[in-house]
Design a protein around this ligand. Structure first.
Ligand code: DGP
Length: 114
């Protein structure tokens, strides 16, 4: 069981900002920006490279929900803005093998990423 499953099961605490039938979102314990939210599907998909056709609506739901959370946090504008990141595998920087989207905001983010 990953740390994210334990957060979903309320076995360990997290600062939750959103939950619905399909996903949960909470503040990252090690924030890389003033706003750093993790959006996690309740279905355990280890990483985006292992999602398949049956996950299509779930993945769409995650992206739409990320936009709604950005709106609620006041960063869904072209003036402020936000970045969504999915790390996949070793070179991608993945550390928790349960698919999650990082939502980063409230500081200018560099491109290309490090
Ligand atoms: P990634 O490296 O893309 O797999 O991102 C994993 C993120 O999970 C990382 O930014 C730190 C965060 N994280 C790890 N353990 C915990 C935890 O127990 N609680 C919370 N809120 N975040 C965690």
């Amino acid at each position: 069981m990953t740390i994210f499953e334990k957060i979903i099961a309320r076995e360990i605490p997290a600062e939750i900002v959103h939950e619905d039938e399909f996903c949960i979102a909470f503040h990252d314990v090690s924030p890389q920006a003033p706003i750093h939210i993790l959006l996690v599907p309740k279905k355990v998909i280890p990483r985006i490279g292992e999602a398949d056709g049956e996950d299509q609506s779930l993945l769409g739901h995650l992206l739409i929900t990320a936009g709604k959370i950005a709106e609620e946090l006041g960063v869904n504008s072209t003036d402020s803005g936000f970045r969504l990141v999915i790390n996949n595998g070793k070179n991608g920087g993945e550390s928790v093998p349960h698919l999650h989207i990082h939502l980063l905001a409230n500081r200018p983010l560099q491109w290309p990423p490090g």
